[in-house]
Design a protein around this ligand. Structure first.
Ligand code: AHR
Length: 500
């Protein structure tokens, strides 16, 4: 079996926006309480933030973190999370049938972002609330001073504005499960009016309109076209969300799902550009893939908790334990996002801690890395710079629901400042190793630095707090002849090749 990736220094696809290495913290389960925040834990700092978690977030090099939801945001009152903590109200969280104590709010999250070296991507409640409350929150956060809300922020301890640049206009408003769910026309109008008013308050912000909650939504892609027909001039990005699972235990087909993600992205680009043409607009709407991951392991247990044991404070929800094959699909999804770097400018792996997360935080123990931590970290650390136009020729296979699935998926980036070329490649053929050639044209000389690899005989291997079974290894097994490099990719493997 063979595959070949050819790239040329002069053929660049896009300067990659580092915001594609974003993540997500929702008030859900133990993401906030018991995740990033746990006063009394041995690693908690003076504000109650877990330093062990912060250290792993820093290792992941996360560029933006979406907050506070997710479904949670659609019935959230941001005012509950400001002022003295002892006076903050407890509320019902209607999305996850949990009890919200509001100990963490916008101030605490902004402090945490600073400590974790990341930027906030704020989401707004357009489910139970509207234009006025969105404007209030923006004024509270970004207006310097001299108004009731900006002075209230100052009174609450924050002299300088938070200066949040990126705002999501609601969450999954196409989904019937969403509190305050809307039709595409209702939502399009609301997004347009909210965006217009917000940009009066702060013209420097960027706005993300809700696209479809997944590729199979019955309203996709009419939803995107209609929403943008209403809100094209006010918004900058349209969102995409997609989670995958291997419920039928069909691993070959599971690893082909990144091809569906690719198709989803292409279709949303087409919808954006259809509206662009219709409006005779010079402006492009780009894509914010602000929820993506594997999510299916915890389903039954979550259903039981939500239906039969509601209104708990920070119950264990969506605590998927990820396998080796999940890490391979995450790697494939990352490659897909990088390949679309010309239009996908923001992406958030959902989520970050405890809830469908790369990082787990034990209540009475330390923090540890799930299998999916590693491909994300490699991509985020080494996948910077310019995405090179990839020409990939690979043997293919069919799976139960996909045809002509390439054995190898790959992409290459050139990081100008570091003078480094990085190739990411997954061999998703589960039976055969593949001879992989990387033809790196126009770079000279090309020195091979290292080959980082994740492989495992057991597709279902998982990590835990002790004795992780799935971790990367470093190899020097590449035959490099002046930028024509050859390596055998093990069946079912994630590979990172670094050259200088
Ligand atoms: O990330 C978990 C949930 O998935 C989010 O709250 C929601 O937006 C999506 O359906």
């Amino acid at each position: 079996k063979k595959a070949k990736l050819t790239v040329d220094r002069d053929f660049s696809k896009a300067k990659l926006d580092e915001r594609i290495y974003g993540s997500f913290i929702e008030h859900l389960g133990r993401a906030v309480y018991g995740g990033i925040y746990q006063p009394g834990h041995p690693s908690a700092d003076e504000e109650g933030f877990r330093k062990d978690v912060i250290n792993l977030v820093k290792a992941l090099n996360v560029s933006v973190v979406r907050y506070p939801g997710g479904n949670f945001v659609s019935s959230y009152r941001w005012e509950d999370g400001i002022g003295p903590v002892s006076q903050r109200p407890k509320r019902l969280d209607l999305a996850w049938k949990s009890l919200e104590t509001n100990e963490v709010g916008v101030h605490e999250f902004a402090h945490w972002c600073k400590k974790a070296g990341t930027q906030a991507m704020m989401s707004l409640n357009l489910g139970t609330r509207g234009v006025a409350e969105a404007c209030d929150l923006l004024e509270y956060c970004n207006h310097p001073s001299g108004t009731y809300l900006s002075d209230l922020r100052i009174k609450n301890g924050e002299k300088e504005p938070f200066g949040f640049r990126l705002w999501c206009l609601g969450n999954e408003m196409d989904g019937p499960w969403q509190i305050g769910h809307k039709t595409m026309d209702e939502y399009g109008r609301l997004a347009s009016e909210t965006g217009r008013a917000m940009k009066v308050i702060d013209p420097s912000i960027e706005l993300v309109a809700c696209g479809s909650s997944n590729l199979l939504m019955p309203t996709f892609p009419q939803w995107e076209a209609t929403v943008l027909e209403h809100a094209y001039d006010e918004v900058d990005y349209i969102s995409l969300h997609q989670y995958y699972g291997n419920k039928d235990n069909d691993s070959e087909d599971f690893l082909a799902l990144s091809d569906d993600m690719d198709q989803f992205i292409r279709s949303v680009i087409a919808a954006c550009d259809f509206v662009k043409a219709k409006k005779r607009s010079r402006k492009y709407i780009n894509l914010s893939f602000d929820e993506w991951n594997v999510w299916f392991h915890s389903g039954e247990q979550d259903k039981d908790t939500i239906e039969n044991h509601p209104w708990q404070q920070a119950p264990a929800l969506l605590e998927d334990i990820y396998t080796f094959e999940d890490a391979l699909l995450v790697g494939l999804m990352l490659i897909t996002l990088m390949k679309h770097g010309d239009r996908v400018k923001i992406a958030c792996m959902a989520q970050l801690v405890n809830v469908i997360a790369p990082i787990m935080a034990e209540k009475d123990g330390g923090a540890w890395c799930q299998t999916i931590f590693y491909p994300f970290m490699h991509a985020s650390v080494f996948g910077r710079g310019t995405v090179l136009e990839p020409v990939l020729v690979s043997d293919c296979h069919d799976t139960s629901h996909h045809e002509d699935v390439t054995d190898v998926e790959a992409v290459a980036l050139y990081h100008e400042e570091a003078g480094e070329i990085t190739v990411f490649a997954v061999n998703r053929n589960l039976s055969d190793d593949v001879e992989f050639t990387m033809d790196l044209r126009g770079f000279s000389p090309v020195i091979f630095l290292e080959h980082i690899v994740m492989e495992n005989e057991n597709l279902k291997a998982v990590n835990g707090p002790d004795n992780p079974q799935v971790t990367p290894a470093v190899r020097r097994d590449v035959d490099n002849d002046h930028g024509k490099a050859v390596c055998l990719l093990k069946r079912a493997s994630w590979n990172v090749f670094r050259f200088q």
